[in-house]
Design a binder for this molecule. Structure first.
Ligand code: C2E
Ligand code: MG
Ligand code: MG
Ligand code: MG
Length: 284
């Protein structure tokens, strides 16, 4: 009867959920094991000055190559690391590895490291950054910390204080994925960001949606009048790049210039860049 079918459906639903939870647990275990066995990697994506095409630095991006499933996207496993608390040790490892690497690059090349809002719950975050800078010898202004709006959600006073302390260390603070949240403009008023990273969703529609192009121009102008640098993310076409350059955007990042790459390839690119301006269309 209808009742039986309902019960059966409920049963199937529960089984499916249990299977999903099992898969998730297994993946969490795999992540923990991978981290413990040095199985996580950092890729570096070049960031270029829009006007000259010169290399400005790299963004450090976490990579996990699962033995059976291949590369798993950080958008999938970072939330998992956040839920399990693994993000604290992993985040510290990324910070230390990326800073040590950047310390070997010629100044003023900088490295950008993404910080999860969950890392801000850890009251030791500021001390960790201070210690890593001291240990690696990286000049603080060559480290840029990328945060998303979630960090400042609900006017979190403790997070705001931590941001000011990080800034006081001399690091640069960037707002990532700008424009995608609920109150992007409001957050610009609560903290003096050094940089705004214009979200890829606007950039990718610049050529097809005039309103996206207008929003990007407005963000660049806003940055200019507030003294905040702007970097556009996710540039894939020359048309997007030309529009961003015309808008006066300071820096650019995207597959057009280079995909996130293993550290060896990044070093090679830096070697090339030291002798000559990196052509903006160099295939990497
Ligand atoms: P994000 O910080 O906004 O990083 C930019 C993302 O855009 C990267 O994805 C990058 O590979 C991708 N991207 C860059 N240029 C292009 C382009 O031209 N086209 C397209 N389609 N994509 C482009 P990825 O590496 O998969 O990272 C996704 C997100 O995962 C990051 O977004 C960040 O929020 C998070 N994430 C990555 N690494 C870390 C990390 O070390 N720590 C933390 N907390 N989060 C991380
Ligand atoms: Mg980022
Ligand atoms: Mg982003
Ligand atoms: Mg993003």
């Amino acid at each position: 009867g209808a009742k039986g079918a309902g019960r059966n459906r409920h049963h199937c639903f529960t089984l499916a959920m249990e299977a999903e939870i099992q898969t998730r647990r297994a993946l969490e275990q795999d992540l923990r094991a991978a981290f413990a066995a040095d199985g996580l990697e950092i890729y570096y994506q070049p960031v270029l000055l829009a006007a000259s095409g010169r290399l400005a630095g790299f963004e450090a991006l976490l990579r996990w190559r699962h033995p059976e499933r291949g590369f798993i996207s950080p958008t999938e496993f970072v939330p998992m690391a956040e839920e399990t608390g693994l993000i604290d040790p992993i985040g510290e490892w990324i910070l230390r590895t990326a800073c040590a690497e950047a310390a070997s690059w010629p100044a003023p090349l900088r490295v950008a490291v993404n910080l999860s809002p969950v890392q801000f719950r850890n009251r030791g975050l500021v001390d960790t950054v201070r210690r890593v800078l001291a240990e690696t010898g990286l000049a603080p202004d060559r480290l840029e910390l990328e945060i998303t709006e979630t960090v400042l959600l609900a006017e979190n006073a403790a997070n705001l204080a931590a941001l000011h302390q990080l800034r006081a260390l001399g690091t640069r603070i960037a707002m990532d994925d700008f424009g995608t949240g609920y109150s992007s403009l409001g957050y610009l008023r609560s903290f003096p960001f050094d940089r705004i990273k214009i979200d890829r969703s606007f950039v990718s529609e610049m050529e097809t949606h005039p309103e996206a192009a207008a929003i990007v121009r407005a963000i660049v102008d806003l940055g200019a009048s507030l003294g905040i640098l702007t970097t556009a993310e996710g540039i894939e076409t020359d048309g997007q790049f030309q529009r961003l350059r015309a808008a006066g955007c300071d820096e650019v990042q995207g597959f057009l210039f280079g995909r996130p790459m293993p550290v060896g390839r990044a070093r090679w690119l830096i070697g090339e860049a030291a002798v000559e301006t990196v052509p903006v269309r160099r295939a990497v």
